[in-house]
Design a protein around this ligand. Structure first.
Ligand code: P1T
Length: 382
């Protein structure tokens, strides 16, 4: 099966056995517990809904299929997926090398929750040599976003996974921005993929969720055990919403990509814009790498507005169609100020060092008519 067929059908084959209803869309079983005939084993395969339930099974099969992975695991949020993954793979005294430009919440998890028992080194992962140089005797994990949130920097997945394999280090890629529609990190040698399914996979800004996809059975069993033991699981309704979102993933991603390319070109030529960060622009310093490991460039871009922080805030106050809001990946266009919003939890000095300035603006380009989006930016830039 190809990508779109998998997105629509995997995990949802209608049950045509005598007495079953033959649902074409996955049914939502709200029951928290499942009755059995035999005290020794569950009759229908289910016992308690935290452990598993039919809607989550459908979602997990679909998630795995999309990333060309053997296994998929669904969580209550992207952060729940990340924390369960780290709890499963690390022990006290271990070391992680992470890219320095990361979603602010991920940085906060590393710094304020895990720092007490795990050591982190942040590097500019655009150069794989920086990742290699940061390896210590106790390094167990590489944690990378590509493209990064919010500066749209890339890391070479293949090169980094090669370095990791030589040292028995697990490579984790947060694939939230590209989705498996445009980038499949496992195909380039990464071991584990994580997602905030709140974003493009859900696609409609109406469900918070997270996911892990991988093919290593030993790692899968550890994470699966902790998914139940820790219990940060999504509700059956949440699973249904992500399953429904995934069916139109390709259609939406193609439109996000088309609109973002047009906006990036427009912004790049605007006299009030200093710089645009979008891997689809030939001016992006890693455009060639983008073409190698991504099949398109997606719907996320950031730009520097000329002037001061006050000018950036005034511009954000003038947009009408773009909602001034955190998050990304929904059909509606969102715009935000990373230093004051999504990345405010990163200390100012560190933000500045990475390049998250007070005039940086991040855009999640939606699927609206491009003329309306261009018109809104035009009037807001003035
Ligand atoms: O919000 P949650 O579903 O828990 O996912 C966390 C997360 C993980 N990884 C990436 C790359 C993310 O962008 C996020 C969440 N990001 C935002 C809310 C944001 O506005 O950037």
């Amino acid at each position: 099966m190809r990508f779109v067929t998998k997105a629509i059908h995997v995990g949802e084959e209608p049950d045509l056995r005598e007495g079953s209803s033959g649902d074409v869309a996955v049914p939502i079983h709200l029951s928290t517990t499942f009755a059995r005939k035999d005290v020794e084993k569950p009759t229908g395969g289910y016992e308690y809904s935290r452990t598993s339930n039919p809607a989550r099974d459908a979602l997990e099969k679909k998630l795995a299929a999309l990333e060309n992975a053997e296994f998929g695991l669904a969580f209550a949020s992207g952060m729940a997926a990340e924390s369960t993954l780290l709890l499963s793979l690390l022990k006290s005294g271990d070391h992680v090398v992470a890219c320095d430009d990361l979603y602010g919440g991920t940085r906060r998890l590393f710094r304020d929750v895990l720092q007490n028992f795990v050591e982190f080194t942040y590097v500019d992962a655009r150069n794989p040599e920086n990742v290699k140089k940061a390896i210590q005797g106790n390094t167990k994990l590489f944690w990378m976003e590509t493209p990064t949130n919010p500066l749209m920097r890339l890391c070479d997945i293949e090169a980094i996974a090669k370095i990791a394999k030589k040292k028995n280090i697990v490579t984790v890629i947060d694939n939230t921005f590209m989705t498996p529609c445009f980038q499949k990190p496992l195909d380039f040698g990464a071991d584990v993929v994580v997602h905030s399914t709140t974003k493009y996979l859900g696609g409609h800004s109406d469900v918070v969720g997270g996911a892990i996809m991988l093919s290593n059975e030993t790692l899968y069993k550890k994470i699966k055990f902790n998914q139940n033991a820790v219990g940060a699981v999504p509700s059956p309704f949440d699973c249904f919403l992500v399953v429904r979102g995934i069916k139109t993933l390709r259609l939406r991603m193609e439109r996000h990509d088309e609109n973002a390319r047009a906006l990036a070109r427009y912004l790049e030529s605007h006299p009030k814009v200093k710089k645009v960060y979008y891997p689809g622009l030939p001016s992006h310093p890693q455009h060639e790498l983008a073409k190698k490991q991504m099949s398109a460039f997606g719907g996320m871009l950031s730009f520097e507005i000329k002037g001061t922080a006050e000018d950036a805030k005034a511009f954000l106050g003038r947009v009408k169609i773009f909602a001034l809001a955190e998050s990304l990946g929904g059909v509606e266009s969102l715009i935000e100020h990373p230093a004051l919003m999504t990345h405010a939890s990163i200390p100012e000095g560190e933000r500045k060092r990475i390049g998250i300035t007070d005039t940086l603006i991040r855009v999640s380009v939606g699927t609206e008519d491009i003329e309306d989006l261009l018109g809104d930016l035009e009037q807001a830039l003035g």
